[in-house]
Design a protein. Structure first.
Length: 440
């Protein structure tokens, strides 16, 4: 517990130090009339809370929940290192004790986040203390727990502790998400590349200056994960919105006036989504989720084939449902309100993305897993299984030799049967030990 408290305070202080430096650079470079060092510290604390996806209420504007996902990388990396340090400094030797180490880190870290949310409140902005407590706890528990588990053993040994079926589903999940992430990044980058003129116009209209341009670039990089998630939602079909009554989807786009943020130049203007794109490109974009589902099915069967033709498609559907759940959570966190006015609805719908992704990726994964499993088992898994069972049934049973015991008459005629091959361990390979005890 002491190690967890020390690591929590150190991780929070390191993140605050980095963000305070950035705020100080902007404060020195820009006019700061009326904003003293106290305001600088409050602004840094607000950015730190935003990095934990904590929303806030802005005076005169309303609720702000459209937060950059890229800032989560900073506290996540620090908590990863903190979890490793807690495991090593606390002398943790068993894998099941990593959860206790993660809790020892997450509880004080959540309290620090809650205290900063209360301390950074002002007349202009008020962060949510409840969100700070919950999000700080969850982020520290997940990132610290993963870091602590990695400190115990490499990932291949950790994944080898899982049963075959859950491990195969996780492998398929990671494969599908990787394909979608690459496709989303390429799609978002290509859209921005085709609108470089609008991007330059918006950047010049802000006139940020030399240091302001660097800070503006950092802000846009922090929103890149949001753009990738939006592009994935676009390929799935539901698309996303940027304001009430707006939509950007493969079927078309309807947008209103957009804020003067250069990264938004990648969005289609005036609903002209298919004017310059050939029809085959739209078909290719819509086929990306099915390609990800096919990759998930192949990886699932490669990780753990099943002797039953019916089981492989069911596991493929389960993998698709897991991918849909993850994408739904990411879609929900990638958007949010930008005030109480027209921009109260920004980003994709979490439940729509989850449902459509589970159907598209699940069906593609089920079909691919069934075909791949049938080919991997030689095309006749049932016949091979029944043939193997018949061969085992027709094999002669192990010979047993009756050995009379001394004094058989006094024992009521009992006879002890011995298997002469009972001690022979070379007949069948012995299974390797599996579980946390197999770790070094």
């Amino acid at each position: 517990m002491v190690s967890g408290a020390v690591a929590a305070v150190a991780a929070a202080a390191a993140g605050l130090a980095v963000l305070t430096l950035l705020v100080l650079i902007g404060w020195i470079a820009a006019p700061h009339a009326g904003l003293g060092l106290t305001g600088v510290l409050r602004t840094a604390a607000m950015l730190w809370l935003i990095g934990h996806h904590v929303g806030f209420a802005l005076h005169g504007a309303g609720r702000i929940g459209m937060l950059p996902l890229g800032l989560v990388l900073l506290p996540g990396a620090l908590l990863w290192r903190a979890g490793r340090w807690v495991v090593r400094a606390g002398g943790v030797t068993r894998l099941r004790h990593v959860a206790s180490a993660a809790l020892a880190l997450a509880v004080p870290y959540a309290l620090v986040a809650w205290a900063l949310a209360l301390a950074s409140r002002s007349a202009q902005a008020a962060p949510s203390a409840a969100q700070a407590l919950i999000c700080g706890f969850l982020l520290a528990l997940i990132a610290g727990g993963l870091g602590g588990a990695r400190a115990m053993a490499p990932w291949p040994k950790l994944t080898a502790l899982l049963p075959d079926r859950p491990r195969s589903v996780i492998v398929g999940l990671v494969g599908a998400l990787s394909v979608l992430a690459v496709a989303g990044a390429v799609l978002a980058g290509a859209s921005l590349a085709t609108h470089l003129g609008e991007y330059a116009t918006l950047s010049n209209s802000l006139a940020p200056g030399a240091i302001g341009s660097v800070l503006l670039l950092v802000t846009q990089l922090a929103y890149v994960p949001n753009a990738i998630v939006w592009a994935i939602s676009f390929t799935l079909g539901p698309g996303f919105a940027f304001g009430t009554g707006t939509v950007v989807a493969p079927t078309g786009a309807a947008l209103g006036q957009l804020p003067a943020f250069p990264l938004l130049a990648a969005l289609p203007q005036g609903g002209a989504l298919h004017s310059a794109a050939p029809p085959w490109l739209t078909v290719a974009v819509l086929a990306l989720p099915y390609l990800a589902g096919g990759a998930a099915g192949l990886l699932l069967v490669r990780a753990a084939p099943t002797p039953s033709l019916e089981a492989a498609p069911l596991w493929g559907l389960g993998c698709g449902a897991a991918v849909g759940a993850v994408l739904g959570v990411l879609a929900a966190f990638s958007g949010g309100p930008l005030g109480n006015g027209r921009l109260a609805a920004v980003g994709p719908s979490g439940w729509q993305v989850a449902l459509v992704a589970a159907l598209e990726i699940g069906i593609a994964s089920a079909i691919t897993a069934g075909i791949a499993n049938w080919i991997r088992l030689g095309g006749r898994p049932r016949a091979r299984r029944f043939a193997g069972a018949a061969a085992v049934a027709s094999a002669p049973a192990a010979a047993t030799v009756p050995v009379p015991r001394p004094g058989q008459d006094t024992d009521g005629g009992h006879t002890i049967y011995l298997d002469p091959w009972a001690g022979d361990t070379d007949v069948l390979p012995q299974p390797e030990p599996r579980g946390p005890s197999a770790l070094p």
